[in-house]
Design a protein around this ligand. Structure first.
Ligand code: ASP
Length: 439
């Protein structure tokens, strides 16, 4: 037997990241102010390769969410089951976001990262107006589903797909034919996901190199305590809170879960977008973790849109930090207000880079804190965005496994099979549900 010298996808992605950072830092230090590097490498080659990678992931999001959710709902034909699934998912998402915020705020009060001297800095930040609650509610129902798809409006696509799938389940024989067609389409899209995942090492190389070349960390010094506090709470949430919840609710091994989540987390980290990561999250939940398509196709797109625990953590710590910097005492009612508004803000945060920081303005306004405070933390937000996105997608996946298990729509054999669904070096060679890899 020849030794298997082929590297797994995860190792290749990690290598891509590492080489990207090294490449970027080297260029930055060897040619500090070179316009050539800026125009042709940073904004040229690296920008093109990185953007093509992210675009190719985004390209799949709308067809994948629509097709996969239609498949999921046509097999969930009873309204009561659908209602229960929706209720459970929302309750679980709100529950984990509340835990995230309570831990974040408590830690920020205890560690006290804000220092009043920072307020002397010249701060300006132009807040974009956050949408009102009524417009968020009205906009859930699309007036034109094609428009919703062309705009990538996830909640509207979810609503339309659920109604469409539900109707398919209720038109008898003809519905079965359409359902079979959607199932085949779903397989095709999943295959394309596998193909694009093969390109990830090159994509993340470009993204990381560009980041290393452009990231300005000048403001880092003054907010170092804030940065590490957010980072620490994110780690606690991702590696302690979620695993404990998984163990408590399902009895499954958190270690297996964490191991199988690695690719999803790396994609989320390098793209800083829950939406762009969605194809990989769905593929992993179904083929590697063992959640049935009925559940994953519903919980994951919904989670990528409304469940942002990592973002809530940043918003919780940032609010307390800004209050401390400006010497404003927050009362217990204010803290409760922060929990409520940051939960709503994280629901309203789109799964794309940087939006969490914009939504922070809404939380600050609500508790009467100066929005200019955001200028203080903007310099370190890009890095935190990457980490919090990894936490956001982990939260969606934990919820999916827990809900799938509670609905008996979970394949424990797949979960426990370390090779199940593993993407190997080749596009054709993906190990499928319940099989074990032949090498
Ligand atoms: N980038 C985050 C996500 O996609 C959202 C945010 O916090 O800005 O999940």
């Amino acid at each position: 037997m020849t030794p298997n010298l082929k590297m797994g996808l995860t190792s290749k992605i990690l290598l891509g990241m590492l080489l990207g950072v090294i490449f970027g830092l080297l260029l930055r230090n060897i040619f500090p102010d070179s316009l050539f590097i800026k125009d042709y490498i940073t904004e040229g080659f690296l920008h093109v390769v990185g953007t093509i990678f992210i675009n190719s992931l985004k390209m799949l999001v709308v067809p994948l969410v629509f097709v996969s959710l239609v498949c999921g709902t046509c097999s969930l034909s009873e309204p009561s089951k659908l209602g229960r699934l929706g209720g459970k998912t929302l309750a679980f998402y709100l529950f984990t976001t509340a835990i995230a915020l309570i831990v974040a705020i408590t830690m920020a009060i205890l560690v006290h990262p804000g220092n009043a001297s920072l307020a002397a800095e010249n701060l300006t930040f132009n807040a974009t107006a956050a949408p009102s609650l009524s417009s968020i509610l009205i906009n859930i129902v699309p007036t034109n589903p094609l428009h919703a798809m062309s705009e990538g409006n996830m909640l509207q696509i979810i609503i339309f797909a659920v109604i469409f799938g539900f109707a398919i389940a209720h038109i008898g024989e003809r519905g079965k034919r359409i359902a079979a067609l959607f199932n085949d389409l779903n397989e095709v899209i999943m295959r394309v996901v596998t193909l694009i995942m093969q390109l990830a090492p090159y994509g993340v190389f470009a993204l990381m190199a560009k980041l290393a070349l452009t990231l300005g960390l000048e403001t880092f010094g003054s907010v170092v305590k804030y940065f590490f506090l957010v980072f620490f709470v994110l780690l606690i949430h991702g590696f302690v809170v979620y695993p404990v919840l998984l163990k408590l609710f399902t009895g499954l091994s958190p270690f297996t879960f964490i191991r199988k989540m690695r690719d999803v987390q790396l994609f989320a980290f390098s793209t800083a977008s829950s939406n762009a990561t969605l194809p990989v999250t769905i593929e992993t939940a179904e083929h590697r973790l063992g959640a049935d398509n009925k559940i994953a196709s519903f919980t994951l797109p919904l989670g990528a849109t409304i469940n942002m625990d990592g973002t809530a953590i940043m918003q919780g710590v940032a609010t307390v930090f800004i209050a401390q910097v400006f010497g404003i005492e927050l009362t217990i009612t204010d803290y409760a207000m922060v929990v409520v508004t940051a939960t709503l803000a994280s629901i309203g945060t789109a799964g794309v880079p940087g939006v969490g920081l914009i939504m922070l303005a809404m939380v600050l306004n609500q508790v009467g804190l100066p929005v200019e405070g955001i200028a203080l933390i903007i310099g370190v937000d890009r890095l935190l965005d990457m980490v919090r996105t990894a936490v956001n997608v982990t939260g969606d996946s934990v919820a999916t496994v827990i809900i799938a298990k509670s609905e008996n729509e979970f394949n424990e054999e797949i979960f426990n099979n370390t090779q199940a669904g593993k993407t190997t070096g080749s596009f054709k060679k993906q190990v499928h549900a319940g099989e074990s890899e032949q090498s």
